[in-house]
Ligand binder design. Structure first.
Ligand SMILES: [Zn+2]
Length: 679
């Protein structure tokens, strides 16, 4: 099937035709590169030549390639549902409730003439409400309201499973309130970081000016926000500290938590937030909440108002406000921080927006069109075979005691496999979407989502719920649910194809299935038991052996300089690196078992490569990615995933089986003489 015809005018040159995407693609290989010296370059160089970085992207790889294709498919669905009745094609006439919502939200978002004409007017009642704040005593009700609108001011309240009892849903209070990507952006003292903060202040000033403030006042206000955010940042955990769930587990009762907040009435906040009153809460970062409380005591009220005004404008400075806001927002967050040269076309951002707000209404149509039941079945079989490989692998582990192995197996056998899409779709019937009211739509979508989330407090856990929408090109493991989740949008070429053989599919999607499964046993996941409770099931000595082995990988990735002067953070990326290595190993084992059962001739070549070589090339080719230096810097500083080049080469260097497939010498770069290995 070709790219949908609707898209000829707006599709970028790099958008692939579906038929061109292959899981194992020999035409991408650069035979002038020695596979034993740089396997990433060997597997991807021709793809790099064919796919220069589009100006609107900060990185472009095979994930973006598929995400762009999925976006074209969603665009077609949205244009059909947004169209006047007679041209609506296959859609119900009149439209169903979901069709009306996704179609009208997309049409409203695309209607820049109306958005520009309305200006800041739709947001004015909210700005007035902030202006009316006279004392901190009135802050709880206002803040609860702003949180319902999706504004990231000070902290966040959400529902989550109790770390100690995963069958119970309680209130989690988490640190928040920052406009830069994470807390270290406020504390680092190198020249580049100082410059980034200056650029952030300049950005806030421009937004305040666009909102009608005189220049001098806007400059002063931007400085005020930076001071408040720096204080919050300093009291927040680093992203590395946040990876240890023990650091985020401070259960208390709501009365004690309220008593500690001497300058903020928690009961008033909870009531205004319409959150169920349940006794147990998790104060995720006590140091942060103490600082929040102290800040309220000594910060003048006009500065609190300035801070709230910034976060309200910031939350809506995208497709809901006039293009001047939208452009300035892009300029700082996409261009300055990540190096994008051109803003994404509006239809792309509006499509993404509908996916975020109404993902399961849009995703339902996507699944019906692009994810046949046979592909769901084949992915499930692959998942089961990889779980079997892990079972066998646990038997063979020489460093783990029998007692811990029993617990590990219990956990493995309890993993729930979720493939493609939810069994029960989300009900959007209480969400009102109107044509031409894009800002109001966004506000109600936030209110709907916050209410949906908070309503879970005190109710039984719904393990069927998804955190990603069906068209998403990604997957995840949830440690508190002990389940793996693979959205339909990812189970597509070039990552998985019903038309290609097992060598290709196991090397690529199989390694991802293994990756998600291994997350259940990485440095974070291993702290949760089979039911998702934060409960240590390891013997002391096994825990030490695990940590020793993990330390090898921490050192390995710490040594990588991703951009001049910026090394990867081995501790921050440990969980992902463990999952990459363990996952690929499991996929390899599962594939070998399957190949042997099928009496596959391992010396027979296809396209000039043996089956095992095609397995490794398919693995590497999923990571072909071009990244702008600015984005690479942000990624190295904030992303728990290593950049794609290392997700290929560093992982393969730790697997001697790879070097064997390509007859690499012991001294080759791709053969690590002392490989790290945990799972
Ligand atoms: Zn991962």
């Amino acid at each position: 099937m070709a790219v949908p015809a609707l898209c000829q005018t707006s599709a970028p040159a790099a958008t692939p035709a579906e038929s061109a995407l292959r899981v194992f693609d020999p035409s991408l290989i650069d035979k002038t590169v020695d596979p034993c010296e740089n396997f990433y370059r060997y597997s991807c160089n021709e793809w790099f030549k064919r796919n220069p970085l589009p100006a609107d992207q900060t990185s472009y790889g095979r994930f973006t390639e598929l995400a762009e294709l999925n976006r074209l498919r969603l665009k077609q669905i949205l244009e059909e549902t947004a169209a006047p009745a007679p041209t609506r094609g296959t859609y119900e006439n009149p439209r169903s409730g979901n069709e009306q919502k996704i179609g009208d939200e997309y049409a409203s978002c695309m209607d820049t003439a109306t958005v520009n004409k309305l200006g800041l007017a739709p947001l004015q009642p909210e700005l007035d409400r902030i202006d009316a704040l006279k004392t901190t005593a009135d802050l709880p009700a206002l803040l609860a309201h702003l949180h319902e609108l999706g504004v990231n001011a000070f902290f966040a309240l959400r529902s989550s499973q109790d770390f100690a009892d995963s069958s119970s849903v309680i209130s989690f209070y988490s640190a928040g309130g920052l406009g830069l990507p994470e807390r270290d952006y406020y504390t680092r003292t190198d020249a580049k970081s100082v410059e980034t903060r200056q650029q952030y202040v300049a950005h806030m000033k421009k937004i305040f000016v666009l909102a009608g403030e005189p220049e001098a006042q806007a400059a002063k206000d931007a400085d005020t926000v930076l001071v408040i955010e720096t204080r919050l940042a300093k009291a927040s955990l680093t992203i590395t500290e946040q990876r240890d769930p023990q650091n985020l587990n401070h259960p208390t009762d709501v009365v004690s938590f309220a008593l500690a907040l001497t300058h903020f009435s928690l009961p008033e906040y909870v009531s205004a937030a319409h959150a169920p009153a349940v006794g147990k809460v998790n104060d995720m970062e006590p140091k942060f909440f103490a600082e929040f409380n102290a800040l309220l005591a000594d910060t003048p009220i006009d500065q609190i108002r300035t801070y709230l005004r910034w976060h309200l404008l910031h939350a809506y400075a995208g497709t809901s406000l006039p293009e001047s806001f939208d452009q300035e927002n892009w300029n700082f967050y996409s261009h300055t921080l990540n190096g994008a040269e051109r803003q994404q076309e509006r239809w792309k951002r509006c499509t993404t927006r509908v996916d975020e707000e109404l993902g399961e209404a849009l995703g339902q149509v996507y699944v019906a069109r692009y994810f046949p039941p046979a592909e769901k079945q084949r992915t499930l079989e692959m998942t089961l075979s990889i779980e079997q490989a892990m079972d066998k692998d646990l038997d063979g582990l020489d460093w783990m005691s029998a007692a811990t192995k029993i617990k590990a197996k219990e956990k493995l056998h309890s993993v729930m496999n979720k493939i493609g899409y939810p069994d029960k779709w989300r009900d959007y019937s209480t969400l009102t979407i109107v044509r031409g009211g894009v800002l109001g739509n966004q506000m109600r979508a936030h209110e709907f989502e916050v209410a949906r989330d908070l309503a879970k407090i005190g109710k039984p856990v719904d393990k069927g719920e998804w955190q990603m929408t069906p068209p998403t090109v990604n997957a995840y493991y949830d440690p508190q649910m002990n389940n793996v989740n693979f959205p339909a949008g990812y189970l597509q070429p070039p990552f998985f194809s019903g038309k290609e053989d097992d060598a290709a599919n196991y090397g690529d999607m199989g390694s991802t299935i293994g990756h998600e499964l291994t997350h259940g046993f990485d440095d974070e996941g291993r702290q949760f038991d089979k039911d998702g409770n934060l409960l240590n099931w390891w013997t002391k000595s096994d825990e030490e052996k695990f940590n020793d082995r993990a330390e090898c990988m921490v050192r390995q990735y710490d040594a990588i300089e991703a951009v001049p002067g910026v090394h990867l953070n081995g501790k921050l990326t440990l969980g992902e690196n463990l999952a990459d290595l363990g996952g690929l190993w499991l996929a390899w084992e599962a594939w070998l078992d399957k190949a042997s059962a099928a009496h596959l001739d391992m010396s027979a070549t296809a396209d000039g490569y043996t089956p095992d070589q095609r397995f490794w090339i398919a693995y590497a080719q999923q990571w072909c990615t071009q990244t702008r230096p600015e984005r690479l810097r942000t990624q190295a500083q904030t992303d728990p995933h290593a950049p794609d080049e290392y997700r290929t080469n560093t992982v393969l260097q730790d697997l001697p089986e790879f070097a064997k497939s390509f007859s690499c010498k012991k001294t080759a770069t791709m053969a690590n003489p002392k490989p790290c290995r945990v799972w």
